[in-house]
Design a protein around this ligand. Structure first.
Ligand SMILES: NC(=O)c1ccc[n+]([C@@H]2O[C@H](COP(=O)([O-])OP(=O)(O)OC[C@H]3O[C@@H](n4cnc5c(N)ncnc54)[C@H](OP(=O)(O)O)[C@@H]3O)[C@@H](O)[C@H]2O)c1
Length: 332
């Protein structure tokens, strides 16, 4: 299933690279590089990174891969993001900078780490409400003119921001969290994207791995919060995770009936929500690539889509997707 984005036709299932550097346990660079190449061989051609993942480490990894791509570079979409500075004293404190000078400097640094001449989609990772959206958008429009980026993306913004930004320059992609258990964008952002001809890129489409059925309460209880971000998220906490696991059991049951996997069911459900929607499931392991890419072969009936939507109605989900301090930095 090819879908167009940043003037390229790519598979609707891309690869999220964040976990190769941090947030979901330990790094393993050789295995991550192997995963990037195996993904390419399988048909993945949309790779998503950001300057803040591992404080530059993730872009360097993707940059190593980009160097090894040779002439295949033109066939793939490499997307990155700017706008979050890391606080050296607090791993999870996000300092948002959307100033023009920062946009320009961040882009130069990303181009170097990524070993590319142009970034296919360059997203503003988070919005700082004190900086009018026109300021970073004008800087991004200049970067497009200079050929340093091919297209502009925004992440976790409100409809108002998307509409104002679109008056400065076309927004090619909006990236926000969207999965069976995170559906805030459905009534708001998705219709706005459709109206503006903006692609939607669903991040954490597997619910940070939860919807695959591969995560237990014990996994989270035993996780080191400095290495596994999930241990900080409300919906993975104690009573919440127990309730939420009941929903995952239903996905497991349904996927058995349909002869697919829970990951495929979750991704295939998303791909039915909008013709210009891309999913970027993340993994650092070769072993999950085929499972996720296989979602492209799963065609869900309207009845199954409705069933899944009602199992995962927002009333049935326990706990917020982020802690309040991080939620406060979204939808601005
Ligand atoms: N714009 C934003 O603010 C933002 C925020 C978060 C993420 N993102 C982007 O979105 C991408 C995807 O999101 P995500 O990585 O947070 O969450 P995700 O794709 O929902 O889940 C990733 C987790 O699921 C596990 N997994 C993947 N495929 C699996 C399978 N088939 N079976 C069992 N487990 C599987 C991975 O395991 P392993 O860790 O063992 O590989 C990883 O721990 C990121 O990589 C990043 O590029 C963007």
């Amino acid at each position: 299933m090819g879908r167009s984005i940043a003037n390229k036709t790519v598979a609707a299932v891309g690869l999220g690279c964040m976990g190769m550097s941090e947030f979901y346990g330990d790094r393993n660079d050789p295995e991550s590089l192997k995963t990037l190449h195996a993904a390419l061989d399988m048909g993945y051609n949309h790779f998503d990174t950001a300057d803040m993942y591992g404080a530059g480490h993730n872009e360097e990894l993707v940059g190593q891969f980009a160097k090894e791509l040779g002439s295949k570079r033109d066939d793939v979409v490499i997307a990155s993001k700017f706008g979050i500075r890391r606080d050296p004293n607090d791993k999870y404190n996000l300092i948002i900078d959307n100033t023009k000078a920062y946009v320009k400097a961040a882009c130069e640094a990303s181009l170097k780490r990524l070993n590319v001449e142009t970034i296919d989609i360059y997203y503003m990772h988070r919005r700082n409400a004190n900086t009018p959206i026109e300021e970073p958008m004008e800087a991004l429009a200049e970067l497009v003119k200079e050929g340093k980026i091919k297209s502009i993306g925004l992440s976790e913004v409100s409809i108002e921001t998307l509409e104002r930004a679109s008056k400065v320059h076309h927004v090619e992609a909006l990236q926000s969290e969207y999965s069976l258990w995170s559906r805030d964008v459905e009534q708001t952002i998705l219709p706005a994207c459709k109206a503006l001809g903006t692609n939607f890129v669903a991040y954490s489409p597997l619910g940070r791995g939860f919807l695959t059925g591969g995560i237990t309460k014990a996994d989270i209880q035993q996780a080191d919060v400095n290495k596994d971000f999930r241990a900080k998220l409300p919906r993975f906490q104690e009573e919440n995770i127990v309730k939420n696991l009941e929903l995952v059991a239903k996905v497991q049951e349904l996927s058995k009936e349909l002869n697919c996997t829970p990951a495929q069911l979750s991704l295939a459900w998303l791909l039915k929500q909008y013709d210009n929607l891309h999913v970027i499931p993340g993994t650092k392991r070769v072993k999950y690539l085929g499972d996720n890419f296989g979602a492209l072969q799963v065609d869900l009936s309207p009845k199954i889509i409705t069933t899944l939507s009602s199992i995962f109605s927002s009333d049935n989900i326990y706990g917020a997707r982020y802690p309040q301090a991080i939620l406060d930095g979204t939808n601005l």
